[in-house]
Ligand binder design. Structure first.
Ligand code: ZN
Length: 122
């Protein structure tokens, strides 16, 4: 597994591109991200199924861990993006609205103690 962006398994033309996204909008909403990932990889990822995407996500988490440990900032950004993309692809496949899910869980602070910053015992 080398090209492990969502949709992996079929070579894409830009699979070795490690540059940042071509878009300059750094304030993309989760809904917009879910939409573009759906349009880009939805059919492909759905055809392989959730368990395959989970496997790819796990692989990417491992690559992110490695990049954090010994990668360049560019490599770290690349791996963060891939992990997020796989989470988003899975949310799409599971019909989960990520903004709703995240808001519902974290918008009011720690879901356990209910404060910002978290005051749970460490
Ligand atoms: Zn807490």
């Amino acid at each position: 597994m080398t090209d492990s962006s969502p949709g992996a398994g079929v070579q894409t033309t830009n699979s070795s591109d490690t540059s940042t996204a071509s878009g300059s909008d750094t304030s993309m909403t989760l809904a917009a991200l879910q939409d573009v990932i759906e349009r880009t990889y939805g059919l492909r990822d759905r055809s392989r199924g959730v368990s395959t995407s989970v496997a790819w996500l796990c692989e990417e988490v491992g690559e992110l861990a490695q990049a954090i440990r010994k990668g360049t900032p560019a490599q770290q950004r690349h791996e963060f993006a891939d992990v997020v993309a796989w989470v988003v692809s899975l949310a799409n496949q599971m019909d989960v609205d990520l903004a709703e899910a995240v808001n519902g869980r974290y918008a009011a602070g720690c879901p356990r103690c209910g404060t910002i910053p978290c005051s749970c015992p460490m």
